[in-house]
Design a protein around this ligand. Structure first.
Ligand SMILES: [Zn+2]
Length: 73
């Protein structure tokens, strides 16, 4: 009987591990930024989330400095 209980405990632990592993893996597989639109800095070409980008003349920039740099050309 104790062997059956042990087996049951092992199954429960394996099940719990699989469950917690599956809970974590989507976060690791899909970067947080992937859920958000990515845009490209017109000046340096770096990719960044749209919410962090600066928009000027319909173009995206990673920073105020690059926006100025691009527009001063
Ligand atoms: Zn840039």
């Amino acid at each position: 009987m104790s062997r059956l209980l042990f087996l049951f405990a092992v199954i429960a632990v394996v099940y719990w591990l699989l469950k917690s592993y599956r809970k974590q893996s989507p976060k690791q597989d899909v970067p947080a930024a992937a859920s958000e639109d990515m845009v490209r800095c017109t000046q340096c070409g770096v990719h960044l989330p749209k919410s962090e980008a600066m928009l000027a003349d319909g173009k995206f920039f990673c920073s105020e400095a690059h926006r100025r740099e691009y527009q001063s050309k």
